[in-house]
Design a binder for this molecule. Structure first.
Ligand SMILES: Cc1cc2nc3c(=O)[nH]c(=O)nc-3n(C[C@H](O)[C@H](O)[C@H](O)COP(=O)(O)OP(=O)(O)OC[C@H]3O[C@@H](n4cnc5c(N)ncnc54)[C@H](O)[C@@H]3O)c2cc1C
Length: 237
C-alpha cells in the first residue's frame, strides 16, 4: 500500500533517538517485524541520499497506530523528520520484509540485537505478549551505554507481563551499575549463560551490518545451523 499518513506524536526514547507515531491507514495490515519506506513530502532540504528511508514498525499490529524509531543523525532527511509538526503527512510505502517471528511456538526465539536494530523486536515481542503465544523469547540487546537503549522500560514491562520473555540489556562501553546488566561484547560465554541448548532456538540478528556479521560468525563457529539464523541489516549505520 502507498498512502500518506499523518504524524500523531513524536518523542525522544533514548539518547539521540526518537520515535514517530502515525495514524494507521484504514485497512492497513502488516506482520510484526516488517518495515515500510517513508518519504518526506516537499521537504525544505534534501541531500544525495534522497527523501526516503526504510524503518521497521515499532508498534505491533494489534496497536492503534503505526510507529518508527531512529537515531537522529545530522542528515537532511532526519532534520526534516525531526521538525515535522503534528498533523504533517509523509508518504508510506509498505509493508515489506519477512523478518517475522516463526510460527512453531515450541521452538525458542533468541534475538541478538545491536542498538537501533531493536525496532522490529519491539513489535514482535509486544504482539507475542498480546497473543499470549508460548514462544520462549530471549532478547540480548547491546548498546554502548544504557542511555542508548530504546524501549528499555517497555521490555521490562513486557517481561513482567509475559513470563516466556527474558530481556537482557548489555552495555559495551560503560561499567555495569547493577548485576542485572551484562557488560562487554556478546560472546560464547554470555550466550551460554542464557541459552541451555545452543542449537534449539531460531536466532534473529538485527542492527549495524558489522555487528550482524560478527554475531553470525560467532554462532556459526558454535556450530549453530545456519538455517536457524535470520538477519536484518540496517544499512547506513
Ligand atoms: C529493512 C530495514 C529496516 C530498517 N529499519 C530501521 C529502523 O527501524 N530504524 C532506523 O533508524 N533505521 C532503520 N534502517 C536504516 C535506515 O533506512 C537508514 O539507512 C538509517 O537510518 C540511516 O539514515 P541516515 O539518514 O542517518 O543516513 P544516510 O543519509 O542514509 O547516510 C548513510 C551513510 O552515511 C553515513 N553517515 C551519515 N551520518 C553519519 C553520522 N552522523 N555518523 C557516521 N556515519 C554517518 C553512514 O555511515 C552511511 O554510510 C533500516 C534499514 C533497512 C534496510
Amino acid at each position: 500500500m502507498i498512502t500518506n499518513v499523518k504524524l500523531l506524536k513524536k518523542e525522544t526514547i533514548a539518547r539521540d533517538t526518537m520515535a514517530f507515531y502515525f495514524e494507521k491507514p484504514a485497512g492497513f495490515e502488516f506482520r510484526a517485524g516488517q518495515f515500510a519506506d517513508y518519504t518526506l513530502i516537499n521537504p525544505p532540504e534534501t541531500d544525495e541520499e534522497g527523501n526516503t528511508r526504510g524503518f521497521s514498525f515499532i508498534t505491533a499490529p494489534f496497536e492503534a497506530n503505526i510507529g518508527a524509531a531512529t537515531r537522529m543523525r545530522d542528515t537532511a532527511f532526519k532534520r526534516v523528520l525531526k521538525d515535522l509538526a503534528i498533523g504533517d503527512e509523509v508518504k508510506l510505502d509498505g509493508p515489506y520484509g519477512d523478518f517475522t517471528l516463526h510460527k512453531t511456538e515450541s521452538t525458542p526465539a533468541v534475538f541478538i540485537i545491536g542498538g537501533i536494530g531493536v525496532t522490529p523486536v519491539r513489535s514482535m515481542v509486544a504482539q507475542a505478549a498480546h497473543d499470549r503465544t508460548q514462544h520462549k523469547i530471549i532478547l540480548i540487546h547491546a548498546n554502548r551505554i544504557l542511555e542508548d537503549a530504546p524501549f528499555k522500560l517497555d521490555f521490562e514491562r513486557l517481561a513482567e507481563q509475559n513470563h516466556n520473555f527474558r530481556y537482557i540489556p548489555v552495555v559495551t562501553d560503560e561499567a555495569p551499575t547493577t548485576s542485572k546488566l551484562e557488560h562487554g561484547r556478546v560472546d560464547e560465554a554470555m550466550l551460554k549463560r542464557y541459552i541451555a541448548e545452543l542449537n534449539s532456538p531460531i536466532y534473529y540478528l538485527s542492527g549495524p551490518e558489522a555487528m550482524v556479521k560478527a554475531i553470525r560468525q560467532l554462532l556459526v563457529g558454535l556450530k549453530v545451523n545456519e538455517d536457524n539464523i535470520r538477519t536484518e541489516e540496517f544499512a547506513g549505520y
